[in-house]
Write a protein that binds this ligand. Sequence first.
Ligand SMILES: Cc1c2[nH]c(c1CCC(=O)O)Cc1[nH]c(c(CCC(=O)O)c1C)Cc1[nH]c(c(CCC(=O)O)c1C)Cc1[nH]c(c(CCC(=O)O)c1C)C2
Length: 356
Amino acid sequence: MKDTRPFPPLKNDNLLRAARGEVVDRVPVWVMRQAGRYLPEFQELRKLHDFFTVCRTPELACEVTMQPLRRFDLDASIIFSDILVIPQALGLTVEMHAGVGPVLPQPIRTPEDLKRLTPDGALSRLSYVGDAITMMRHKLDGRVPLIGFTGAPWTLMGYMIEGGGSKTMSKAKAWLYDYPEDSKLLLNLLTDVIVDYLEMQVEAGAQMLQIFESSAEHLTKDEFLVWSVPFLRRIRDDLVDRLTKKAVSTVPLTIFAKGAGHSLKEQSELGYDVIGLDWTVDPVEARAAVGPNITLQGNLDPQDMYRDPSELHTLTTDMVHKFGKSRYIANLGHGITPQTPIASMEVLVDAVHKAL
Ligand SMILES: Cc1c2[nH]c(c1CCC(=O)O)Cc1[nH]c(c(CCC(=O)O)c1C)Cc1[nH]c(c(CCC(=O)O)c1C)Cc1[nH]c(c(CCC(=O)O)c1C)C2
């Protein structure tokens, strides 16, 4: 049965205030992939349960979501899941191979393979994510906001065609030129599922949403504007439309398009509240490109987490000074890597909170 109890009131809303451009008590900080492999308690839990079993079991997903919050004074939680649950819900097999990452043994190779996708009922096959979100809102007891997320269409298309991660996304890029109409069909199909999925997450209790366009880095600027931007725009517009029609309050939206620092101005015109930056982008140049009405998120190099604590402290403080206290959410410029020392997370969070 659906849990319809009201959610506990939010105690620390600095993340949401930063996203809306309101005054914050302190610069909010969270870390992409903050629940995961660098935490021994996550490794322990993973010895007992397969990756997607954790995603599909709300108690386990909530436990893993909570793990970083027990250790660090973070200002946000992000629901434990993966971007590849959408390809899974569309009928593709996704396996998580230790030391490799996601593997899709029967990828989409030709336009003919698109017939294997099953968009009908995809949303109901993702209902476990909504259940985990609702449970997590209660478990958080209002301590920090809960972020929901999705992969963006181009990034999901990449994994579905490559059959897993890829250094070049060459097969997926070949599709854009060999089969442009079928590529658009696939990107639109994914966009439709993503809008349904994000709407469901908001109704389940997600207080902010991040769209991961992690594979933007494989596109040129021109390609990004054709194969990513229109779909990112439609996700935002359709989602806001849907929520407005249902009289559900909309939540702040973040676009993280890794490697798309060439198109910050274009990203700022998509209607998203927050733009996530990778570490190659200079904070001052990013602010100049997007103007004053967008919140920026990022962007410490994840490799800086391997520096000694005093260096890390200085780099973090300098970063926060460059972004400033208004319209800023501190984060890394991409996911935290598996060997990161736990002490570095403490240094990062502490340095952000003390910087201004
Ligand atoms: C902890 C984890 C996750 N996914 C994977 C792992 C490690 C695998 C394991 O435990 O066995 C496999 C897992 N899943 C994926 C990868 C990347 C593989 C590759 O491209 O080579 C791996 C190792 C695919 C994936 N998955 C995700 C992205 C987008 C973000 C990014 O660019 O890093 C991508 C590209 C998102 C993701 N994935 C995850 C979260 C959880 C919430 C959090 O704490 O942040 C999120 C937000 C969780």
